[in-house]
Design a binder for this molecule. Sequence first.
Ligand SMILES: Nc1ncnc2c1ncn2[C@@H]1O[C@H](COP(=O)(O)OP(=O)(O)OP(=O)(O)O)[C@@H](O)[C@H]1O
Ligand SMILES: [Mg+2]
Length: 228
Amino acid sequence: MTSLLKISNVYKEYKIKKDLPVKAVNGISLDVNSGEFIAICGVSGSGKSTLLHLIGGVFKPDSGDINVTDKDGTVYHVEKMNHQDAALYRNKITGYVLQDFGLIPYRSVKENVAVPLYINGESSRNIEKKVNDALQKVGVLELGKRPISKLSGGQKQRVAIARALINDPLIILADEPTGALDSETKRDILLLFRKLADSGKTIIMVTHDTEAAKLCDRIINIKDGKIE
Ligand SMILES: Nc1ncnc2c1ncn2[C@@H]1O[C@H](COP(=O)(O)OP(=O)(O)OP(=O)(O)O)[C@@H](O)[C@H]1O
Ligand SMILES: [Mg+2]
């Protein structure tokens, strides 16, 4: 097992004008190996999404280190990245999946999945191939031309997962990915994540749902910004 992500003593607080600062992540350390499927559990407001955003390079910790090591041994020091490096890291190293999908409703499935590739400036032939491969992986290849607004919730989440996979990222970060789905569709999506993890993808999934967490390799419980 190779170490992929190392979080060391990370803190993050939010300051809102006159209010006392909120210590959202309050001294978290965590090691994740390549290929692990991790559940992050905890009550509302415990700091789960904040931790995911820190791993995803959405913002930096106030203190502590977040390091990701790729197959060649290159280390990404997330806590030190400038804007440009952070943008590259978010595009190439991580893939985000959200509860409400975050897709562009009036665009087609293919156009949505291709968004991270447009940012790379890839050729249209490369884009077509990569998009088809990603749609195939999540089982919605036949829906490529359809606008997002004409899909079911489960189909939308499959498209969002295809988009997250498109640059073959080292880590998939999923924040309540089944929160908006009925129980049967939820099961399908969880099994898709399980399949991706079994094929070697590292997945960190925030969930309230103990059933969902049971499918993961390891459960991390968070309370008041700390690991319990
Ligand atoms: N942008 C923000 N500005 C100020 N406070 C925030 C902000 N985002 C989150 N918080 C606060 O930080 C704490 C942790 O929030 P976070 O969103 O990480 O929790 P969570 O575990 O993901 O909760 P939920 O399960 O409801 O999504 C909460 O007290 C929340 O109110
Ligand atoms: Mg949250």
